[in-house]
Design a binder for this molecule. Structure first.
Ligand code: NI
Length: 186
């Protein structure tokens, strides 16, 4: 018997994955949609648990499956209440095969970062409000409206599944900044 990882034993059921970084081809591929019976299967359920564990370990607000090496159309998002960024928090949500329909023409620009582009932040313009449709953790269709910061997260994560990162959405690279240098006086 060779080396047994936590993932293989299924006893702990949760493994933290190394996040893929910009340059890894999986981040530029279009992720494959999942069928409802696949979503209910043990393999995808385990992947989702690992995505949540990885997102929490890296202090992310969302993570897409291709950031966890799997070219599958799935993302998770979640944020505890009381953070500076978004005090209301975001309920832990898993979405398969996400489709976004913007509501209205309003957009807003704000800072964005990405676990696959460490240490950097950039200003990105996003739709203020949208309707997200997709399949839930049980493979059932759902629709939900998101506004503001959670809508931004939904757009960022859905982009990942289409092979895009936030850098592709910036109007230019002039605001791209190392977090450690942000807030320094000129
Ligand atoms: Ni990202």
């Amino acid at each position: 018997m060779g080396r047994v990882t936590l993932r293989e034993t299924g006893v702990v059921g949760v493994g933290i994955r190394k996040v893929t970084l910009l340059g890894h081809p999986v981040l530029r591929a279009t992720a494959r949609p999942l069928k409802p019976d696949e979503i209910r299967g043990a393999e995808v359920r385990r992947l989702v648990r690992e995505m949540v564990a990885t997102m929490e370990e890296y202090d992310g607000v969302g993570i897409a499956a291709n950031q966890c090496w799997e070219s599958l159309a799935a993302f998770v998002m979640g944020l505890p209440k009381g953070t500076k960024r978004h005090p209301e928090g975001i309920e832990l949500t898993v979405v398969f095969n996400p489709i976004i329909r913007p509501i209205g023409d309003e957009t807003e620009e704000d800072w964005e970062g990405c676990l696959s582009v460490p240490d950097l932040r950039g200003r990105v313009r996003r739709h203020s409000q949208l309707e997200l449709s997709g399949l839930d953790a049980d493979g059932k269709p759902f629709k939900r409206v998101y506004k503001g910061f959670p809508a931004r997260v939904v757009q960022h994560e859905t982009d990942h599944l289409n092979g895009l990162v936030y850098l592709d959405r910036m109007d230019g690279l002039k605001t791209l900044s190392y977090m450690s240098e942000m807030g320094r006086a000129g």
